[in-house]
Design a protein around this ligand. Structure first.
Ligand SMILES: [Zn+2]
Length: 463
Protein backbone atom coordinates (compact mmCIF):
# COMPACT_ATOMS: atom_id res chain seq x y z
CA UNK A 1 0.00 0.00 0.00
CA UNK A 2 1.18 3.46 -0.80
CA UNK A 3 2.19 5.73 1.97
CA UNK A 4 0.42 9.05 1.97
CA UNK A 5 2.07 12.23 3.13
CA UNK A 6 1.18 15.84 2.97
CA UNK A 7 3.79 18.11 1.47
CA UNK A 8 3.88 21.74 0.73
CA UNK A 9 5.13 22.41 -2.73
CA UNK A 10 8.45 23.58 -1.33
CA UNK A 11 8.96 20.19 0.27
CA UNK A 12 7.75 18.51 -2.84
CA UNK A 13 10.28 20.37 -4.92
CA UNK A 14 13.08 19.48 -2.60
CA UNK A 15 12.12 15.85 -2.88
CA UNK A 16 11.97 15.95 -6.60
CA UNK A 17 15.44 17.36 -6.92
CA UNK A 18 16.66 19.46 -9.81
CA UNK A 19 16.08 17.06 -12.69
CA UNK A 20 12.40 17.81 -13.08
CA UNK A 21 11.00 20.51 -15.29
CA UNK A 22 11.12 23.88 -13.63
CA UNK A 23 7.64 24.91 -12.70
CA UNK A 24 6.47 27.71 -10.50
CA UNK A 25 3.78 26.70 -8.12
CA UNK A 26 2.47 28.73 -5.25
CA UNK A 27 3.39 27.10 -2.00
CA UNK A 28 0.02 28.05 -0.58
CA UNK A 29 -1.37 25.02 -2.32
CA UNK A 30 -1.36 21.95 -0.14
CA UNK A 31 -0.52 18.86 -2.10
CA UNK A 32 -1.54 15.38 -1.26
CA UNK A 33 1.34 13.33 -2.55
CA UNK A 34 0.81 9.63 -2.96
CA UNK A 35 4.21 8.10 -3.32
CA UNK A 36 4.16 5.18 -5.68
CA UNK A 37 7.57 4.01 -4.53
CA UNK A 38 6.36 2.25 -1.41
CA UNK A 39 8.46 4.32 0.94
CA UNK A 40 7.86 2.29 4.06
CA UNK A 41 8.91 4.02 7.22
CA UNK A 42 9.43 7.48 5.75
CA UNK A 43 8.51 9.96 8.44
CA UNK A 44 6.12 12.81 7.64
CA UNK A 45 8.27 15.68 6.39
CA UNK A 46 6.08 18.57 7.36
CA UNK A 47 4.00 17.85 10.45
CA UNK A 48 1.67 20.76 9.87
CA UNK A 49 2.28 21.88 6.35
CA UNK A 50 -0.61 24.34 6.32
CA UNK A 51 1.24 26.56 8.78
CA UNK A 52 4.14 27.15 6.44
CA UNK A 53 4.50 30.56 4.86
CA UNK A 54 3.16 31.21 1.39
CA UNK A 55 5.89 31.73 -1.16
CA UNK A 56 6.95 30.75 -4.60
CA UNK A 57 9.71 28.20 -4.74
CA UNK A 58 12.05 27.63 -7.64
CA UNK A 59 15.06 26.34 -5.84
CA UNK A 60 15.52 23.03 -4.14
CA UNK A 61 16.79 22.80 -0.62
CA UNK A 62 17.50 19.49 1.01
CA UNK A 63 17.48 19.24 4.77
CA UNK A 64 20.41 17.14 6.01
CA UNK A 65 18.32 14.69 8.00
CA UNK A 66 16.35 13.85 4.91
CA UNK A 67 19.33 12.72 2.89
CA UNK A 68 18.67 8.96 3.17
CA UNK A 69 15.10 9.35 1.99
CA UNK A 70 16.11 11.66 -0.81
CA UNK A 71 18.66 9.16 -2.03
CA UNK A 72 16.01 6.48 -2.03
CA UNK A 73 13.74 8.75 -3.99
CA UNK A 74 16.31 9.71 -6.54
CA UNK A 75 17.03 6.13 -7.36
CA UNK A 76 13.45 5.68 -8.41
CA UNK A 77 12.71 9.19 -9.59
CA UNK A 78 11.87 8.10 -13.13
CA UNK A 79 8.84 6.20 -11.85
CA UNK A 80 7.72 8.62 -9.15
CA UNK A 81 4.03 9.40 -9.33
CA UNK A 82 2.31 12.24 -7.53
CA UNK A 83 -1.32 12.73 -6.71
CA UNK A 84 -2.27 16.33 -6.21
CA UNK A 85 -5.55 17.62 -4.97
CA UNK A 86 -6.80 21.13 -5.53
CA UNK A 87 -10.00 23.07 -5.06
CA UNK A 88 -11.37 25.26 -7.82
CA UNK A 89 -10.83 28.93 -7.04
CA UNK A 90 -12.78 31.92 -8.25
CA UNK A 91 -11.30 33.06 -11.56
CA UNK A 92 -9.60 29.75 -12.26
CA UNK A 93 -9.00 28.81 -15.88
CA UNK A 94 -8.18 25.30 -17.00
CA UNK A 95 -4.56 26.39 -17.33
CA UNK A 96 -4.28 27.83 -13.81
CA UNK A 97 -5.97 24.77 -12.35
CA UNK A 98 -3.66 22.37 -14.15
CA UNK A 99 -0.63 24.36 -13.05
CA UNK A 100 -1.68 24.10 -9.41
CA UNK A 101 -2.27 20.39 -9.90
CA UNK A 102 1.31 20.05 -11.09
CA UNK A 103 0.23 19.14 -14.60
CA UNK A 104 2.53 20.42 -17.34
CA UNK A 105 1.04 18.64 -20.31
CA UNK A 106 -0.28 20.43 -23.43
CA UNK A 107 -1.81 17.27 -24.86
CA UNK A 108 -3.83 16.76 -21.68
CA UNK A 109 -4.98 20.38 -21.68
CA UNK A 110 -6.09 20.15 -25.31
CA UNK A 111 -7.89 16.90 -24.65
CA UNK A 112 -9.86 18.40 -21.74
CA UNK A 113 -10.81 21.40 -23.87
CA UNK A 114 -12.08 19.30 -26.78
CA UNK A 115 -13.36 15.98 -25.44
CA UNK A 116 -17.12 15.92 -24.90
CA UNK A 117 -16.89 14.18 -21.52
CA UNK A 118 -13.62 15.65 -20.28
CA UNK A 119 -14.97 19.17 -20.91
CA UNK A 120 -17.15 18.71 -17.83
CA UNK A 121 -14.08 19.58 -15.75
CA UNK A 122 -14.34 23.14 -17.03
CA UNK A 123 -17.86 23.51 -15.56
CA UNK A 124 -16.70 22.85 -12.02
CA UNK A 125 -17.75 25.46 -9.51
CA UNK A 126 -15.56 27.23 -6.98
CA UNK A 127 -14.61 25.04 -4.04
CA UNK A 128 -14.96 21.71 -5.85
CA UNK A 129 -12.14 19.18 -5.56
CA UNK A 130 -10.04 17.92 -8.44
CA UNK A 131 -7.39 15.23 -8.13
CA UNK A 132 -4.69 14.44 -10.63
CA UNK A 133 -1.75 12.11 -10.83
CA UNK A 134 1.33 13.10 -12.76
CA UNK A 135 4.75 11.64 -13.28
CA UNK A 136 7.74 13.73 -12.24
CA UNK A 137 7.78 15.45 -15.63
CA UNK A 138 4.29 16.82 -15.08
CA UNK A 139 2.69 14.45 -17.59
CA UNK A 140 -0.88 13.71 -16.63
CA UNK A 141 -1.62 10.07 -15.74
CA UNK A 142 -5.19 10.57 -14.61
CA UNK A 143 -7.52 13.29 -13.39
CA UNK A 144 -10.74 12.92 -11.41
CA UNK A 145 -13.55 15.31 -10.58
CA UNK A 146 -17.17 15.21 -9.58
CA UNK A 147 -19.55 17.39 -11.59
CA UNK A 148 -22.81 18.62 -10.09
CA UNK A 149 -25.21 20.27 -12.51
CA UNK A 150 -28.45 21.33 -10.95
CA UNK A 151 -30.23 20.63 -7.70
CA UNK A 152 -31.90 17.49 -9.00
CA UNK A 153 -29.61 16.46 -11.83
CA UNK A 154 -27.44 13.37 -11.49
CA UNK A 155 -23.98 13.90 -10.08
CA UNK A 156 -21.26 12.56 -12.37
CA UNK A 157 -17.74 11.33 -11.65
CA UNK A 158 -15.46 12.19 -14.54
CA UNK A 159 -12.19 10.35 -14.94
CA UNK A 160 -9.59 11.16 -17.57
CA UNK A 161 -6.93 8.49 -18.02
CA UNK A 162 -3.81 8.32 -20.13
CA UNK A 163 -4.05 5.58 -22.73
CA UNK A 164 -1.04 5.11 -24.98
CA UNK A 165 -0.27 8.44 -26.59
CA UNK A 166 -3.67 9.88 -25.87
CA UNK A 167 -6.36 10.07 -23.22
CA UNK A 168 -9.78 8.59 -22.60
CA UNK A 169 -12.53 10.18 -20.52
CA UNK A 170 -15.32 8.33 -18.78
CA UNK A 171 -18.34 9.63 -16.89
CA UNK A 172 -20.17 7.57 -14.33
CA UNK A 173 -23.06 8.43 -12.07
CA UNK A 174 -21.72 9.10 -8.58
CA UNK A 175 -22.89 6.86 -5.76
CA UNK A 176 -23.90 9.37 -3.16
CA UNK A 177 -24.51 8.84 0.49
CA UNK A 178 -27.63 10.58 1.80
CA UNK A 179 -27.56 12.19 5.20
CA UNK A 180 -30.29 13.98 7.10
CA UNK A 181 -29.23 17.11 8.97
CA UNK A 182 -31.11 19.03 11.60
CA UNK A 183 -30.33 22.59 12.62
CA UNK A 184 -31.80 25.20 14.92
CA UNK A 185 -31.16 28.91 14.38
CA UNK A 186 -32.05 32.17 16.05
CA UNK A 187 -32.45 35.46 14.22
CA UNK A 188 -30.10 37.93 15.92
CA UNK A 189 -29.69 40.71 13.39
CA UNK A 190 -33.02 40.78 11.59
CA UNK A 191 -31.58 39.01 8.60
CA UNK A 192 -32.24 35.43 7.62
CA UNK A 193 -28.97 35.15 5.74
CA UNK A 194 -26.96 36.27 8.77
CA UNK A 195 -28.67 33.56 10.81
CA UNK A 196 -28.02 30.88 8.22
CA UNK A 197 -24.40 31.96 7.83
CA UNK A 198 -23.74 31.77 11.54
CA UNK A 199 -22.33 28.51 12.68
CA UNK A 200 -23.92 28.12 16.11
CA UNK A 201 -23.51 24.40 15.71
CA UNK A 202 -20.63 24.44 13.24
CA UNK A 203 -22.71 24.30 10.09
CA UNK A 204 -23.50 26.95 7.51
CA UNK A 205 -26.83 26.24 5.87
CA UNK A 206 -26.44 25.74 2.10
CA UNK A 207 -27.92 28.51 -0.09
CA UNK A 208 -30.36 26.15 -1.78
CA UNK A 209 -31.73 25.24 1.66
CA UNK A 210 -32.14 28.91 2.60
CA UNK A 211 -34.04 29.49 -0.65
CA UNK A 212 -36.34 26.59 0.14
CA UNK A 213 -36.99 27.91 3.65
CA UNK A 214 -37.96 31.29 2.19
CA UNK A 215 -40.22 29.64 -0.37
CA UNK A 216 -41.77 27.43 2.28
CA UNK A 217 -42.81 30.27 4.56
CA UNK A 218 -43.05 33.24 2.20
CA UNK A 219 -46.87 33.18 2.27
CA UNK A 220 -46.80 33.68 6.03
CA UNK A 221 -43.64 35.69 6.61
CA UNK A 222 -42.20 38.62 4.69
CA UNK A 223 -38.51 37.85 5.04
CA UNK A 224 -37.49 41.42 4.19
CA UNK A 225 -39.67 43.13 6.76
CA UNK A 226 -41.21 40.77 9.28
CA UNK A 227 -38.20 39.17 10.93
CA UNK A 228 -37.63 40.09 14.55
CA UNK A 229 -34.63 39.53 16.73
CA UNK A 230 -35.34 36.36 18.69
CA UNK A 231 -37.32 34.66 15.93
CA UNK A 232 -36.23 31.06 15.63
CA UNK A 233 -36.39 28.31 13.10
CA UNK A 234 -35.66 24.63 12.92
CA UNK A 235 -34.96 22.83 9.72
CA UNK A 236 -34.44 19.22 8.71
CA UNK A 237 -32.93 18.65 5.29
CA UNK A 238 -31.06 16.08 3.26
CA UNK A 239 -27.49 16.37 2.03
CA UNK A 240 -25.54 14.16 -0.36
CA UNK A 241 -21.90 13.16 0.16
CA UNK A 242 -19.21 11.30 -1.67
CA UNK A 243 -16.09 9.97 0.06
CA UNK A 244 -16.68 12.27 2.98
CA UNK A 245 -17.04 15.35 0.80
CA UNK A 246 -20.25 17.38 0.70
CA UNK A 247 -21.58 17.26 -2.87
CA UNK A 248 -24.90 19.06 -2.68
CA UNK A 249 -27.91 19.75 -0.54
CA UNK A 250 -31.22 18.13 -1.36
CA UNK A 251 -34.64 18.96 -0.12
CA UNK A 252 -35.92 20.54 3.07
CA UNK A 253 -37.78 17.67 4.74
CA UNK A 254 -39.41 19.74 7.43
CA UNK A 255 -39.34 23.28 8.66
CA UNK A 256 -40.62 25.17 11.66
CA UNK A 257 -40.39 28.95 11.86
CA UNK A 258 -41.39 31.00 14.88
CA UNK A 259 -42.01 34.61 13.87
CA UNK A 260 -43.24 37.10 16.50
CA UNK A 261 -44.55 34.30 18.71
CA UNK A 262 -46.36 32.35 16.02
CA UNK A 263 -44.91 29.07 14.78
CA UNK A 264 -45.41 27.92 11.21
CA UNK A 265 -44.74 24.32 10.34
CA UNK A 266 -44.42 22.34 7.18
CA UNK A 267 -43.26 18.85 6.29
CA UNK A 268 -42.29 17.23 2.98
CA UNK A 269 -44.07 13.99 2.29
CA UNK A 270 -43.94 11.65 -0.68
CA UNK A 271 -46.04 8.56 -0.28
CA UNK A 272 -44.04 5.59 -1.53
CA UNK A 273 -47.21 3.87 -2.69
CA UNK A 274 -48.73 6.83 -4.50
CA UNK A 275 -48.37 7.91 -8.12
CA UNK A 276 -48.53 11.49 -7.05
CA UNK A 277 -45.23 13.28 -6.44
CA UNK A 278 -44.24 14.54 -3.03
CA UNK A 279 -45.25 17.86 -1.60
CA UNK A 280 -45.34 20.03 1.50
CA UNK A 281 -48.04 19.47 4.07
CA UNK A 282 -49.06 21.01 7.31
CA UNK A 283 -48.44 18.69 10.24
CA UNK A 284 -52.12 17.73 10.22
CA UNK A 285 -51.85 16.45 6.65
CA UNK A 286 -53.30 19.28 4.56
CA UNK A 287 -51.50 19.86 1.29
CA UNK A 288 -49.63 23.15 1.19
CA UNK A 289 -48.78 22.68 -2.43
CA UNK A 290 -49.44 25.83 -4.29
CA UNK A 291 -51.73 25.95 -7.28
CA UNK A 292 -50.46 25.08 -10.75
CA UNK A 293 -47.57 27.30 -11.81
CA UNK A 294 -48.84 30.54 -13.29
CA UNK A 295 -45.96 30.60 -15.74
CA UNK A 296 -44.12 27.44 -16.76
CA UNK A 297 -41.36 29.67 -18.17
CA UNK A 298 -39.31 31.86 -15.87
CA UNK A 299 -38.86 35.53 -16.62
CA UNK A 300 -41.47 35.70 -19.34
CA UNK A 301 -44.56 37.79 -19.90
CA UNK A 302 -47.72 36.74 -21.69
CA UNK A 303 -47.78 37.86 -25.34
CA UNK A 304 -51.07 36.26 -26.29
CA UNK A 305 -53.72 35.31 -23.76
CA UNK A 306 -56.72 33.06 -23.85
CA UNK A 307 -58.98 34.96 -26.26
CA UNK A 308 -60.18 35.36 -29.82
CA UNK A 309 -57.47 36.49 -32.21
CA UNK A 310 -56.30 36.35 -35.79
CA UNK A 311 -54.07 33.35 -36.11
CA UNK A 312 -50.58 34.62 -36.96
CA UNK A 313 -49.97 32.00 -39.67
CA UNK A 314 -53.34 31.02 -41.15
CA UNK A 315 -54.76 34.52 -40.84
CA UNK A 316 -58.03 32.97 -39.59
CA UNK A 317 -59.97 34.59 -36.78
CA UNK A 318 -60.31 31.92 -34.11
CA UNK A 319 -60.04 31.18 -30.42
CA UNK A 320 -56.58 30.96 -29.02
CA UNK A 321 -56.84 27.97 -26.70
CA UNK A 322 -53.79 28.66 -24.65
CA UNK A 323 -51.36 31.23 -23.42
CA UNK A 324 -48.18 32.23 -25.23
CA UNK A 325 -45.00 32.96 -23.32
CA UNK A 326 -42.29 34.40 -25.56
CA UNK A 327 -38.78 33.48 -24.42
CA UNK A 328 -35.42 32.83 -26.07
CA UNK A 329 -34.90 29.40 -27.62
CA UNK A 330 -33.47 27.06 -25.02
CA UNK A 331 -35.20 28.64 -22.01
CA UNK A 332 -36.25 25.81 -19.65
CA UNK A 333 -39.95 24.92 -19.49
CA UNK A 334 -41.21 23.60 -16.16
CA UNK A 335 -44.02 21.19 -15.31
CA UNK A 336 -46.91 23.29 -13.98
CA UNK A 337 -47.83 20.58 -11.50
CA UNK A 338 -47.06 17.01 -10.47
CA UNK A 339 -48.13 14.37 -12.94
CA UNK A 340 -47.26 11.77 -15.50
CA UNK A 341 -46.20 12.41 -19.10
CA UNK A 342 -49.14 11.43 -21.31
CA UNK A 343 -47.61 12.45 -24.64
CA UNK A 344 -44.11 13.49 -25.70
CA UNK A 345 -43.47 13.77 -29.43
CA UNK A 346 -44.31 15.77 -32.52
CA UNK A 347 -47.91 16.76 -33.14
CA UNK A 348 -48.81 18.81 -36.23
CA UNK A 349 -48.91 22.53 -35.51
CA UNK A 350 -47.81 21.99 -31.92
CA UNK A 351 -44.35 20.88 -33.07
CA UNK A 352 -42.44 19.18 -30.26
CA UNK A 353 -45.20 18.74 -27.76
CA UNK A 354 -45.72 17.41 -24.24
CA UNK A 355 -48.94 16.67 -22.42
CA UNK A 356 -48.85 16.04 -18.66
CA UNK A 357 -51.70 14.24 -16.93
CA UNK A 358 -52.39 15.57 -13.42
CA UNK A 359 -54.88 14.53 -10.78
CA UNK A 360 -58.63 15.02 -11.16
CA UNK A 361 -58.80 15.05 -14.97
CA UNK A 362 -56.46 18.02 -15.32
CA UNK A 363 -53.89 18.04 -18.08
CA UNK A 364 -51.38 20.68 -19.16
CA UNK A 365 -49.85 20.92 -22.63
CA UNK A 366 -46.64 22.55 -23.83
CA UNK A 367 -45.96 23.26 -27.52
CA UNK A 368 -43.24 24.39 -29.96
CA UNK A 369 -40.33 23.07 -27.84
CA UNK A 370 -36.87 23.10 -29.38
CA UNK A 371 -36.13 19.87 -27.51
CA UNK A 372 -37.38 17.71 -24.67
CA UNK A 373 -35.93 17.43 -21.19
CA UNK A 374 -34.04 14.30 -20.15
CA UNK A 375 -36.18 11.19 -19.82
CA UNK A 376 -39.38 12.82 -21.04
CA UNK A 377 -41.44 9.98 -22.50
CA UNK A 378 -44.92 8.61 -21.99
CA UNK A 379 -45.33 7.31 -18.45
CA UNK A 380 -42.49 9.33 -16.88
CA UNK A 381 -43.37 10.89 -13.53
CA UNK A 382 -42.72 14.61 -13.12
CA UNK A 383 -42.92 16.96 -10.16
CA UNK A 384 -43.99 20.56 -10.23
CA UNK A 385 -41.06 22.67 -11.42
CA UNK A 386 -39.18 19.87 -13.18
CA UNK A 387 -37.65 20.89 -16.50
CA UNK A 388 -39.62 19.02 -19.18
CA UNK A 389 -38.22 20.78 -22.25
CA UNK A 390 -36.89 23.97 -23.76
CA UNK A 391 -38.52 26.85 -25.58
CA UNK A 392 -38.35 26.73 -29.38
CA UNK A 393 -40.38 27.47 -32.46
CA UNK A 394 -41.17 24.03 -33.92
CA UNK A 395 -44.56 23.44 -35.59
CA UNK A 396 -46.74 26.34 -36.67
CA UNK A 397 -45.00 29.12 -34.89
CA UNK A 398 -43.61 32.47 -35.92
CA UNK A 399 -41.01 32.88 -33.18
CA UNK A 400 -39.59 31.27 -30.07
CA UNK A 401 -42.30 30.93 -27.44
CA UNK A 402 -44.09 28.44 -25.25
CA UNK A 403 -47.72 27.80 -26.12
CA UNK A 404 -49.27 26.53 -22.88
CA UNK A 405 -52.69 24.96 -22.42
CA UNK A 406 -54.58 24.01 -19.31
CA UNK A 407 -57.23 21.37 -19.95
CA UNK A 408 -60.02 19.97 -17.83
CA UNK A 409 -61.38 16.66 -19.11
CA UNK A 410 -59.45 17.28 -22.34
CA UNK A 411 -60.95 20.71 -22.96
CA UNK A 412 -58.76 23.83 -22.95
CA UNK A 413 -59.66 26.34 -20.25
CA UNK A 414 -58.31 29.77 -19.44
CA UNK A 415 -55.64 29.03 -16.80
CA UNK A 416 -55.84 32.55 -15.43
CA UNK A 417 -59.45 31.84 -14.42
CA UNK A 418 -58.77 28.44 -12.88
CA UNK A 419 -58.18 28.29 -9.16
CA UNK A 420 -57.50 24.62 -8.53
CA UNK A 421 -55.03 22.80 -6.35
CA UNK A 422 -52.18 21.14 -8.18
CA UNK A 423 -52.25 18.20 -5.82
CA UNK A 424 -54.91 15.75 -4.68
CA UNK A 425 -55.72 15.53 -0.96
CA UNK A 426 -54.22 12.51 0.83
CA UNK A 427 -56.36 9.37 0.81
CA UNK A 428 -57.14 7.68 4.14
CA UNK A 429 -54.33 5.17 3.65
CA UNK A 430 -51.86 7.90 2.69
CA UNK A 431 -52.96 9.96 5.66
CA UNK A 432 -52.16 7.17 8.11
CA UNK A 433 -48.66 6.79 6.61
CA UNK A 434 -48.27 10.55 6.66
CA UNK A 435 -49.08 10.71 10.38
CA UNK A 436 -46.35 8.24 11.29
CA UNK A 437 -43.86 10.29 9.31
CA UNK A 438 -45.01 13.69 10.54
CA UNK A 439 -44.90 12.53 14.16
CA UNK A 440 -41.28 11.57 13.68
CA UNK A 441 -40.49 15.07 12.37
CA UNK A 442 -42.42 16.68 15.26
CA UNK A 443 -40.35 14.64 17.63
CA UNK A 444 -37.12 15.88 16.01
CA UNK A 445 -38.28 19.48 16.35
CA UNK A 446 -39.19 18.93 19.98
CA UNK A 447 -35.60 17.83 20.57
CA UNK A 448 -34.26 20.97 18.88
CA UNK A 449 -36.34 23.39 20.94
CA UNK A 450 -34.63 24.95 23.92
CA UNK A 451 -35.98 23.46 27.14
CA UNK A 452 -38.33 25.69 29.16
CA UNK A 453 -37.82 28.76 27.01
CA UNK A 454 -40.83 31.04 27.53
CA UNK A 455 -44.46 30.19 26.89
CA UNK A 456 -45.42 27.76 24.17
CA UNK A 457 -45.91 29.66 20.90
CA UNK A 458 -49.08 29.36 18.89
CA UNK A 459 -48.60 26.74 16.20
CA UNK A 460 -50.20 27.13 12.83
CA UNK A 461 -49.73 25.46 9.49
CA UNK A 462 -47.73 27.26 6.86
CA UNK A 463 -49.85 28.21 3.86
ZN1 LIG B 1 -50.22 29.89 -28.63
Amino acid sequence: MNQIHKFTSSRLFSLLGSTRKARIISASALFLAVCAFGAAGVAPLAPDASDLPVKTVQESVVAPDLAPQINALEQQSSTAQFVHEEKIRAGDTLATLLTRLGVDDDAAENFIKKDKVAKGVMQLKTGKRVQAQTDDEGNLQWLRATVVDGKDDPVTNIKITRKGDGFVATAEPAKLERRVEMHARTIRSGSLYAATDSSEDGAKLPDTIVKQIIEMFSTNIDFRGDLKRGDTFNVVYETFWQDGEFVRAGRVLAGEFTNKGTTYQSVWFEDPQSKQGGGYYSFDGKSLKKAFLKSPVEFSRISSGFAMRVHPISGQWKAHKGIDFPAPTGTPIRAAGDGVIDFAGTMNGYGNFIIIKHWNNYTTAYAHMSRFGNGMKKGAKVSQGDVIGYVGTTGWSTGAHLHYEFRVGGEAKDPSKMNVQAQAPLTAAEMSRFKVYANDMMHRFALLRPAGGGGAPTRVAAK
